[in-house]
Design a protein around this ligand. Structure first.
Ligand SMILES: Nc1ncnc2c1ncn2[C@@H]1O[C@H](COP(=O)(O)OP(=O)(O)OP(=O)(O)O)[C@@H](O)[C@H]1O
Ligand SMILES: [Mg+2]
Length: 286
């Protein structure tokens, strides 16, 4: 059943001079087990959209349901469903505030009113999952970590809530390539090993096309494309261009090599696959 959005619109500052419609008429189902990538030009509505998935924002019109429950409702059931959707914001380290890493990760589960031993179990498991050794890191301050490590703590805090869905809004922003890789490894592992449904907003086309099983493209608060990454980047370049979204650099390279007569497939989105195909294709060129 998963997450269902039915004709949602969202307007900021209704009735003020700053009134701004950020989402207009989005209907969408996000199925269990998907890895949904969300792309779109700056201001297209990505962050506004994802904040609807756990009830941080409620639609101005339309409904959002999680496992069939309207999450705008003021019921216990709606609250339980909202907790099934974990959210990691851009610069999640700004969400850290406790004195120790363990306390920070424990904050959410404690708020759920879970018994201490269950909180402790979750903290240990979440730390292990993100590769932070409990004995070394539990009592340390989260503020003396590297950027990549801080984000791992923030992600551990969300994992400790044991969500079914994980929403990440630009989780690699401002990290160096090593930190970025660290974060994406964790996300891929969560999707593969825990079967968590992932919803990822990213400006990095290469990262997103490598991981997402489905991609939606937003423009002016509407979904303009929805499909497999390969199909979107291969067959809808003009639409992407018209809404100001880049295609992955690898796709551009492959296309231009094909135009010059190199016999290689255009079903390629990653650098590794491109290297293999170019070497292979080059062997057929005299
Ligand atoms: N708090 C707010 N008050 C008024 N307007 C807002 C607010 N937040 C966002 N907007 C406007 O809503 C629209 C969508 O913004 P949103 O932040 O969702 O876009 P985005 O796709 O996440 O952009 P970015 O890629 O820059 O993160 C934009 O026009 C933005 O200016
Ligand atoms: Mg945003």
């Amino acid at each position: 059943m998963a997450i269902q959005l039915d004709s949602i619109t969202y307007t900021y500052g209704v009735g003020t001079p700053f009134e701004k419609q950020a989402l207009s008429g989005i209907s969408l189902s996000i199925e269990n087990g998907e890895f949904l990538g969300i792309i779109g030009h700056t201001g297209s509505g990505k962050s506004t959209f994802v904040q609807h998935l756990n009830g941080l924002l409620h639609p101005t019109t339309g409904t959002v349901t999680v496992n069939g429950v309207d999450i705008s409702a003021k019921t216990e059931e709606a609250k339980t469903m909202r907790h099934k959707v974990g959210m990691v914001f851009q610069y999640p380290e700004h969400q850290l505030f406790e004195e120790t890493i363990a306390q920070d990760i424990a904050f959410g589960p404690k708020n759920l009113g879970l018994p201490d031993d269950e909180v402790d179990r979750r903290v240990r498991e979440a730390m292990q999952f993100v590769g932070l050794h409990y004995d070394i890191y539990a009592e340390r301050s989260p503020f003396h970590l590297s950027g990549g490590q801080m984000r791992r703590v923030a992600i551990a805090g969300v994992i400790a809530m044991e969500p079914d869905f994980l929403v990440l809004d630009e989780p690699s922003a401002g990290l160096d390539p090593f930190g970025r890789e660290e974060i994406f490894e964790q996300i891929i592992k969560l999707h593969k090993e825990k079967g968590i449904t992932v919803i990822l907003v990213s400006h990095n086309m290469e990262d997103i096309s490598r991981m997402a099983t489905r991609l939606i493209v937003l423009d002016k608060g509407q979904v303009v494309l929805d499909g497999e990454p390969l199909t979107i980047f291969k067959d809808h370049r003009q639409v992407l261009q018209s809404v100001g979204v880049d295609v992955p650099p690898v796709s551009v390279l492959i296309e231009s090599l094909r135009e010059r007569g190199l016999p290689i497939s255009n079903d390629i989105l990653t650098v590794d696959d491109a290297v293999e195909a170019i070497v292979e294709g080059g062997q057929h060129v005299k």
